[in-house]
Design a protein around this ligand. Sequence first.
Ligand code: CTP
Ligand code: CA
Length: 226
Amino acid sequence: EYFSPKDLPLKGKKVVVTAGPTRERIDPVRFLTNFSSGKMGYAMAEAAAVLGAETVLISGPVCIDAPPNVSLISVESAKDMYEAVLEEFDTASIVIKTAAVADYKPKDVHAQKMKKQPGEASIVIERTTDILAELGQRKKSQLLIGFAAETNDVIHYAKGKLEKKNADYIIANDVTEAGSGFGTETNSVTLVGKNDVEMQFPHLHKKELALQLLQTIMKLEKDETK
Ligand code: CTP
Ligand code: CA
């Protein structure tokens, strides 16, 4: 595909994308995680690069290759991801938090493999840092784009996250819908943003959807500064 310079709305900008799940270790052989495949985040990074951005992809453990023209930083835990994002934040124009960051991690990481015992057992878990909310507190001129995976009241919860995390846009995703969400090739989302933006996108391949989302957001931003 060929884009002329006027179609490269992200030229000269650094875009940081996070993708995939995080892994929270329990012991040397076990961890807590989620079903994120990384496909949507990798598609967002690919789209950012295609639109001309210097693109940094900070990814949890996934099984897909980095897109062309993207610098990949591989991380494991929510804490690793937080540190990697902070490192890039000051020089970023746009941060896109596609990653399905674990909300909890085991309170203690056992140095040795835990041995089974008779009867019930439990692990104590504690909250991880909300990376997007932290960035929302620290942001200067950066544009902050989050995702929201929901199973119900999608728009309502997405708007809540937009406000609570001080994000500029939230891309809301009903993960119970067929062909949408974790592991699928396609997705259908609603873009929720400041100034009461609420736009539903058609059911599309994740790569095409990512391009349309970024182009739409850049257009909304351009209109706003007019
Ligand atoms: N997020 C983050 N750090 C976390 C948890 C979430 O940066 N520790 C980001 C995600 O990358 C996403 C957005 O916050 O861009 C929303 O994530 P989501 O899991 O949908 O929302 P939560 O705020 O974690 O709320 P809940 O899971 O309870 O719905
Ligand atoms: Ca969450």
